[in-house]
Design a protein around this ligand. Sequence first.
Ligand code: 13P
Length: 254
Amino acid sequence: MTRIPFIAGNWKMNLTVNQAREFAKEVAGKIPAKEKVESAICAPATHLEALVSLTEAADLKIGAENCHFEQKGAFTGEISPLTLKDLGVKYVILGHSERRGYFFETDELINKKVHAAFANNLTPIVCCGETLEEYEAGKALDKIKSQIKEDIKGLKEEQAEKLIIAYEPIWAIGTGKSAGREDAQKMCKAVREIVKEMYGEKISQKVRIQYGGSVKPENIKEYMACEDVDGALVGGASLKPDSFIKLLEGGKLA
Ligand code: 13P
C-alpha cells in the first residue's frame, strides 16, 4: 500500500517568533501538494499561533514539541493539549530523546500524553531510539521494543492507525553522523513489526514511520527509498526555508 510520506521539521528551541514569521512567509507558496507529501513544522509553543495563522492557506501543518497529559489544571509552565487543538495545531511530538534525557520523561508518562493527544484531536509523533552504548551492544531492537510497547499501548484501532512513529537513534541526533540506509530500514521495519504484534497487520501497514537523525537534503532520498521509511523528522536542516523545501521536494512521491 502507498503511504503518503510525512516530513516534519523539529525546530527544538531555535528561531525567534519573528524569524518563524519570516520562515512561514518564505515557504508558504513553495510547499508541495499534500497528496505527494504531508509537510509539517513542529515549533516551540510560543511560536505556534503565529505559524498557524501564516500557513493556513498552504499545505503545511503545524505541530507542537510537547504537551501535558491533562487538559487544564495546576501545572505551572505546562502546555495544554486542549489549547494546542484550540490554536489549530495538528501534531505533537512526544517522547523525543531530549525530553526523555533532559526532562526525565518515562514511557508511562509518554503513554498518558499519547492518549491525551488523541483525545484532543492531535496526531502524536512518538519518538523512540537507542543510545550509542545500546547500539554498540546490539541492544537497539530491545530498546525500541520496550519503548514502543509502553508508549502506544491501549489505543483504539482508529487512533492507532493514525500514529506517526519516529525512529531516532540518539547517536545520530545533531551529530552529523546519520544511520546507514540498512540500519534505518531494519529499525523502521522492526517498528512496524512491533505495531503489528500490538494492533495487527492492517493497522501496521497504515502507521507511518519516520527516520530522524542528521537528515538533510543531500541524504533524504536515500532514506525515502527504504520500504519501511515513510518520512523524516528533521532538526537542524529544517531551520532554513530553502533547506526545508529541498527536504520536502526530496521526500515527496514522484
Ligand atoms: P537533527 O536532524 O538535527 O539531527 O535532529 C534530529 C531530531 O532530533 C529530530 O527530532
